[in-house]
Structure formats: structure tokens, C-alpha cells
Ligand binder design. Structure first.
Ligand code: SF4
Length: 363
């Protein structure tokens, strides 16, 4: 029986370069470079690695004039649309727009005044590019007035973030600018769920989902997937970023896996299924699975490959896989579409399995 599909919430559609966000478009994957943007070569290298990992849109920091001076070349050579991330200095946004970026990420709360925000809106309208209005929990608290800060601290964070975005949007409404994506990020999974539910009820702009300073690889990954998975399963969210400390390519890979797991995006390439191993395990399943993944990393079509630790339960568990190996003691049985093919020695497993997959791909 077919499982029901996730019913996506209806949102407006915006276009970032060639990528559509919202309006029923597939949920897109975003990430952010960690290189100094002014280092054009290093930044382009990272953008290319992100694009190869399945990232649809890449954000770069536009912190200095040297950064925005580099944007023209980055935009021209990048294989995916580029978003300029602007904080505090609205002139960086104007320079980035002039350099041809495909979208601006702005936190109006840290831009000095409404006129400056209005100048960015007018320039974006003129260039025909969208703006993401993003707040995070740190930026919604008053940093100057301690009485106001105490009052804010007593309120639920999700409520405060939605209210703040509502206030920020006034200047965009005055300018009749609706080419917007909204985001509200917290480090806390449940706050992220609550704030995005509230945003999706109040606004029909597409939502960019993510956590802020989510944490190291393990905690950040669990928090992000918990929050984003819950929201996406409810049909909330049009574009995602998994924020992890470290290599941004991992962010893109995790986001792709999350979207494919929820059947919001089609899988591409090899999907490895590996058994969790137990007392019956006869081989180093984790190493084998990784070796098979690497050997087939060039495959673009979706193929399911199973690496199982025994021949007792392995064949049954791997039945739905396109190709499988079930390991015995110093040897292993190779299967294709559930049918036994042959037995090979331990050191021949990777080659035998990859040969089966490549033969399948020719069918
Ligand atoms: S497939 Fe075999 S080795 Fe792997 S977890 Fe199941 S019973 Fe254990």
C-alpha cells in the first residue's frame, strides 16, 4: 500500500537564480561557505564541493568590502545561485546586489535604521532578487534597554520571534515588496518547531528552516533533524539548512538524506543499507559499507545496496535491495535483486558487489 504523501503548506513562490523556493517547488538544500569570501579560489572550491554534494543554493558572508568585491567573480563562476549574508552594514547588501548575487539575507534588527533597510529593499526590487528576512533568538532581545530586555526574557521565545518578524515586515509592506523568504532560528529544537508553526499560520511567505548554533556534528545533527523533520512532516518549510560546526559539505549531505527520508526529494546515487551488526556478525560491516559507498560514489542513479553481517538474517533483510552482500566467515554471498549470484572470498567482496551494481545499471 502506498503511504500518503506529505501535504505541503501553500506558500508564495520566489526565485533565487534558477532555483524556485515555495509555491510547491521541491524543498531546496542550502549551506554556507566557511572560507573568507574575499578568497575567491577557496570560496569557489567550497561552493563547487557543496554543489556536488547536492546543495541547491549557497550563502556566503558579505562582511567586508573585500568580500563584496569578490562576489562578482564568485557569482559568475559558481555552479549554483549565491546568497549574500549581511549583518549590520547595509552598504554590504547594496554592494552585493550590484555584484549580481541572487538573494540577500538580512536581519533588519541589526541594520541601523528603517531608511537603510528601505535602501536595500529598493535595490533588491530593482535587481529583481528576493530577500530573506531572518531573525534568531539572540537578535530579538533588546541589547540596550535592560528593562525591555527583562520584559522580553519573561515571554516565550517563539512568540517574541514571530512578533519581531511582523514588525520587521512593516517596512517591506510599505515598499510593497513581497519577494521574501522568512526564517526564525533558535538553538533549541522545540522553539524552532513552535516558531515555524506560528510563522506558517501567520504568513504565506516561504520558510527557510534551520537551527542557529545547533552544535557539534552529533548534537547539532540530532537537534536539526528532530526539529526540521517534525516541521517538514507537517508540510512546513520550503528550503532547509542544517547548521553544523565543521565541513559544510556534511550539512548538505545530511539535508539531502533528511529530505529523501521524508520522500520530499528523490534519492540520487547509491543508498547503502547496512545491518547494525550483532553477535552473529562475521565481518567488519561498517568498513565494508564505507568501502562500497566510496567505490560507487560516481553512480548518479538511485540504487539500493545492502551490506549485511551474516547469512542467517542477512538475505531476508536485504531482500528489497538491488544488490547485497551477506557475509559469512572469511567469505560472502553476493545477491542481485534478492537472488543468490555467487560466493566470493572476503577480499573480493567490494569488487564483486560493485561489479553487480554496474551490471544492473547497464540493464
Ligand atoms: S543481518 Fe545478521 S549480523 Fe546483521 S544484525 Fe542481523 S542477524 Fe546480526
Amino acid at each position: 500500500m502506498e503511504l500518503p504523501e506529505i501535504q505541503r503548506r501553500k506558500t508564495r513562490s520566489v526565485t533565487v537564480g534558477g532555483v524556485r523556493i515555495g509555491g510547491g517547488a521541491p524543498v531546496s538544500v542550502q549551506s554556507m561557505t566557511t572560507t573568507p569570501t574575499s578568497d575567491v579560489r577557496a570560496t569557489l572550491e567550497q561552493i563547487e564541493a557543496l554543489a556536488a554534494a547536492g546543495c541547491d543554493i549557497v550563502r556566503v558572508a558579505a562582511a567586508t568590502e573585500a568580500d563584496t568585491a569578490a562576489l562578482g567573480q564568485i557569482v559568475a563562476e559558481a555552479p549554483v545561485p549565491i546568497v549574500a549574508d549581511v549583518h549590520f552594514r547595509f552598504r554590504r547588501a547594496l554592494e552585493a546586489i550590484a555584484a549580481g548575487v541572487h538573494k540577500i539575507r538580512l536581519n533588519p534588527g541589526n541594520i541601523a535604521d528603517r531608511q537603510s533597510v528601505r535602501a536595500v529593499i529598493d535595490a533588491a526590487a530593482e535587481a529583481g532578487i528576493p530577500i530573506r528576512v531572518g531573525v534568531n533568538e539572540g537578535s530579538v532581545m533588546d541589547r540596550i534597554d535592560p528593562a525591555r530586555r527583562a520584559e522580553q526574557s519573561a515571554r516565550p521565545m517563539d512568540e517574541l520571534m514571530v512578533e519581531t518578524i511582523g514588525e520587521y515586515l512593516e517596512v517591506f509592506a510599505e515598499a510593497d515588496f513581497h519577494d521574501l523568504v522568512l526564517s526564525a532560528k533558535s538553538h533549541d529544537a522545540m522553539t524552532t518547531v513552535a516558531v515555524n508553526r506560528a510563522l506558517s499560520e501567520r504568513f504565506d511567505y516561504p520558510l527557510h528552516l534551520g537551527l542557529t548554533h545547533a552544535g557539534t556534528a552529533r548534537t547539532g545533527l540530532v537537534r536539526s533533524v528532530a526539529a526540521l523533520g517534525a516541521l517538514l512532516a507537517e508540510g512546513i518549510g520550503d528550503t532547509v539548512r542544517i547548521s553544523l560546526a565543521g565541513d559544510p559539505v556534511v550539512e548538505a549531505e545530511v539535508a539531502k538524506e533528511l529530505l529523501a527520508s521524508l520522500r520530499l526529494r528523490q534519492r540520487e546515487g547509491v543508498e547503502i543499507i547496512a545491518c547494525p551488526t550483532c553477535g552473529r556478525t562475521q565481518a567488519d560491516v561498517a568498513t565494508l559499507a564505507e568501502e562500497v559507498r566510496k567505490a560507487l560514489s560516481d553512480v548518479k542513479r538511485h540504487v539500493v545496496v545492502a551490506v549485511m553481517g551474516c547469512i542467517v538474517n542477512g538475505p531476508g533483510e536485504a531482500e528489497g535491495a538491488d544488490a547485497a552482500v551477506c557475509c559469512g566467515k572469511a567469505k560472502a554471498a553476493i545477491y542481485r535483486r534478492g537472488k543468490y549470484v555467487r560466493t566470493v572470498a572476503e577480499d573480493e567482496i567490494v569488487e564483486a558487489l560493485t561489479t553487480e551494481v554496474r551490471m544492473l545499471l547497464k540493464e
